[in-house]
Design a binder for this molecule. Structure first.
Ligand code: GLC
Length: 567
């Protein structure tokens, strides 16, 4: 690889959800001292770029994505001293820290919003979107019919007035107005503050939504039973987002050489995303999209039977390749299966019955595709969905809670809703990390967050797996080591990638052509399947079964069997 390659080109990322990662002080909630205590573990695992979900002060309506003071560390997580220690200890070990920067909205408890409410003539009023409602007889209607991401209108009435404020997430998360130059400067100051403290970069939360359709005209798309329209084009990927980011880069990111990775979600095409992350002209380094996160039809599947939920392997391949084709010569690309906003990938695309095999197959696909892989905490031990028994068990997540209220209003029973949430809720990925098989899975002295998944007693935990040479965690560790070998990294990033047997409905296989050719073959099925292969195998680098079934150029692939081969 060229010497001037940016650091993320040979990095493996790791996503930490602080609330449920590790509890250092025994109050039942994960915290920064807990993270610090696991840095040696992360170093040993081989990852070197840590994205930590928000650590700022927050009333925790959306678990930290509702920030009430950007300059203060959330007391639940620790102090500024703890945060500085985290930076210092991480850097000592060669681990970079990327903080989650929430800049599309604040908490309604943030002093800016409080000021905006109490003094409508204050500059802070102009930081948010306040609009008058519409009087119809004795009814007061919101300014328009837009529906937000958390199943409600984007408008909330300011009690005792005709005014509404806009929030595309929960009502406790008012959106800020990036068309206001003063507001933008406030955010730049915050970013500089953390860069000066030593953070390596930012994950820019909900970045695609920074600009809104300022006409605020109602959408004419079909409305739901409440007359609301989910028309994300009104607040996603609008042209001004690029202008804001270019300014952010000029004023903050470039002078401080900060790394930046934006969340653009599902509403963006790779071509549009390139405007943000093109190596030459883009304001930021990479963007996360959701296109490979929902290829099993589970999203919106409340009316479907379990048999209808299975991985659409062809769709998965199309989505991987859509992004690869657009990006590989022009932009760096992050790869992830799951984060705190999705159910566990093992439950989505893998299988709890074939936990060991499927976790390894998913790891192999992710780690050797073109891009910078990000592993979500717990995937390295094959953690799976929460298996809660009733809707309320998922209620620490405000988006799930709102969704339940809306599903109940539409007449679904709690049993149907629970079944659906067990497939789709993001609370599934927010259960405490399973460190060992002792009390509370080694998370801490008690648990004051989402309930544990009981499978920590059955080997789904770090300590037990470390002792087992064939465990998921040992496979991850070895695979990461391989991924970061300079020759392999070079082929992965610079070799030409193509899918093998694109139309195979069960197998995801790809090849990088380089000085050596690198091949990944992975079955995504819980049953046996066949795969024709005519290349000469020179080395089996990774494999998740004890023997190879290959005859007359045809592999017999057992459930979730996977290979990394040199050919
Ligand atoms: C992002 C976060 C998600 C949060 C939302 C609002 O999508 O990843 O967890 O709810 O933004 O901040």
């Amino acid at each position: 690889m060229e010497n001037n390659a940016p650091f993320w080109n040979d990095s493996v990322g790791y996503i930490i959800y602080p609330e449920t990662f590790c509890d250092g002080n025994g109050d039942g909630v994960g915290d920064i001292p807990g993270i610090v205590s696991k840095l040696d573990y992360l170093k040993e695992l081989g990852v070197n770029l840590l994205w930590i979900c928000p650590l700022f002060a927050s009333p925790m309506d959306d678990n930290g994505y509702d920030v009430s003071d950007y300059y203060k560390i959330n007391p639940l997580y620790g102090t500024e001293e703890d945060f500085k220690k985290l930076l210092e200890e991480a850097h000592k070990r060669g681990l970079r820290i990327v903080v989650d920067f929430v800049l599309n909205h604040t908490s309604d408890e943030h002093p800016w919003f409080q000021k905006a409410l109490s003094d409508p003539s204050s500059p802070e009023r102009g930081y948010y979107f306040f609009r008058k409602g519409v009087r119809q007889g004795d009814q007061l209607l919101p300014p328009n019919n837009w529906k937000g991401f958390f199943s409600t209108s984007v408008w909330e009435n300011v009690e005792g007035t005709d005014d509404f404020y806009m929030h595309i997430f929960s009502k406790k998360m008012p959106d800020v107005d990036w068309s206001n130059p003063e507001l933008r400067q406030r955010y730049y100051e915050i970013a500089r503050h953390y860069l000066d403290m030593g953070v390596d970069g930012f994950r820019l939360d909900a970045l695609a939504h920074l600009a809104k359709d300022l006409s605020f005209a109602s959408s004419s798309l079909p409305a739901d039973e409440n007359g609301l329209v989910y028309d994300t084009s009104r607040f996603s990927n609008r042209p001004e987002v690029l202008d804001y980011l270019l300014e952010f880069k000029k004023e903050v990111l470039a002078p401080k050489h900060a790394f930046s990775i934006g969340e653009v979600g599902g509403g963006v095409s790779p071509e549009e995303a390139l405007r943000y992350c093109d190596r030459q002209s883009g304001p930021i380094n990479m963007v996360f999209n959701f296109d490979t996160a929902w290829c099993n039809g589970a999203y919106g599947s409340i009316d479907k039977n379990d048999e209808e939920i299975f991985t659409d392997v062809l769709e998965l391949k199309r989505n991987f390749m859509r992004w690869y084709d657009a990006c590989h010569e022009k932009a760096d690309m992050p790869l992830y299966w799951c984060n705190h906003d999705h159910p566990r990938v093992l439950s989505q695309y893998g299988s709890t019955k074939y936990r060991n095999e499927s976790a390894k197959a998913l790891a192999t696909i992710l780690l050797f595709f073109y891009g910078t892989p990000f592993i979500y905490n717990g995937d390295e031990i094959g953690m799976s969905n929460a298996e809660y028994a009733k809707p309320e068990d998922f209620f620490r997540d405000v988006s799930t809670k709102n969704e339940v209220l809306s599903l109940r209003a539409r007449g679904y029973s709690d049993a149907q809703i629970t079944h659906y949430l067990c497939r789709t809720s993001r609370a599934n990925a927010r259960t405490p990390m399973q460190w060992n098989h002792e009390e509370n899975a080694g998370f801490g002295k008690k648990i004051a967050v989402n309930a544990l998944n009981e499978n920590y007693k059955e080997g789904v935990n770090v300590l037990d797996q470390m002792k087992d040479p064939w465990s998921i965690i040992n496979f991850f560790q070895y695979a990461i080591l391989k991924r970061r070998e300079p020759e392999i990294n070079d082929i992965v990033l610079h070799g030409k990638l193509h899918i093998l047997d694109f139309n195979h409905p069960d197998v995801l296989a790809y090849m990088h052509e380089g000085k050596e050719n690198l091949v990944v073959i992975a079955s995504l099925r819980p049953y046996e399947t066949y795969f024709s292969f005519y290349h000469m195998i020179r080395d089996v680098v990774l494999h998740n079964y004890g023997d190879v079934l290959l005859k007359d150029h045809v592999f017999t692939l057992r459930p979730f069997e996977c290979f990394l081969l040199k050919v």
